[in-house]
Design a binder for this molecule. Sequence first.
Ligand code: PEP
Ligand code: MN
Length: 340
Amino acid sequence: MIIVMAGHATPEQIADVEKRIAEWGYGVHPIHGTERTVIGAVGVPEADKARYMESLESLSYVEQVIAIIKPYKFASRELHPDGSVVDVKGVKVGGNQIALMAGPCTVESYDQTMESAVACKAAGATILRGGAFKPSTSVYSFQGLGLEGLKILKAVADSQDMRVITEVMDPRNVDMVCEYADILQIGTRNMQNYDLLREVGRVKTPVMIKRGMWAKIEEWLQAAEYVLAGGNPNVMLCERGIRTFETYTRNTLDLSAVPAVKELSHLPVVIDPSQGTGRRSLVEAMCRAAVAVGADGLLIEVHPHPDRALKDGAQSLTTGDFGPMMDRLRPIAQSIGRSI
Ligand code: PEP
Ligand code: MN
């Protein structure tokens, strides 16, 4: 870290800061300028850094403390400069092939899930999405079928030779959801649920962390760090739109997050244009852009009868529209040397 001393700091105060950081075990590298002194401090364990920074910042004669190392290590690009690939029982997320995850927002019934899965599979999807535990802003809206929904998802996915991605909301349900899911989805509302992140770090089932709708990229990567540091190396990220002042779209889909995350991290990045826009009419354009910008996967809501969907019908593609849309997307992937 770099400690910028206040302009009014006395030699005694500068010596005090140097003494503190030396006692913590840092190498001390002061630069005495004409206007002020800057102290470089190097070489203590990552875990202690935040505490030391806070304590220095509280001193009246310290103007600013700047971290020189990113607050995440396992998620950083330096660890895997070529990017990492998550293996989901043979389906790869992060390789040359763009992974297609599709299905209904919510598992409503066996027939609805099956109808959606058959169409998604035919369009090239290898991973079936569907919520069994649904986070809802309103306690009065449908909360999902729970265990029954997990069973439907797995039965349908197995019949189509697809993998399952579904959300886990409660740390107490992680082991149960692992029995049915091939990817554990951490929803936007739970991105900073650290007990849940620790719990999914304990298992080896791949985890997809959706960006908190309020979260900065750094906070998102710090959430991933929880899972990685916990011992689960199979982590991918999903940009699903953030809150801005715009209301025409449900969220503002931050596509710049894809190349930004790729500069900072090795983790695969998936784009969810369904939650990202909230409008069926915008999904295809955002898919095209996501592929062009380097996304490693797409997570798309597809429903046999969006007008009768219990959740997110307005943003769900119809089973009939999905295949032709994917056909229009493939040439874009090919043009950048990838396939879907
Ligand atoms: C979903 O995928 O249906 C969902 C609820 O996602 P998010 O957590 O991004 O809102
Ligand atoms: Mn949804």
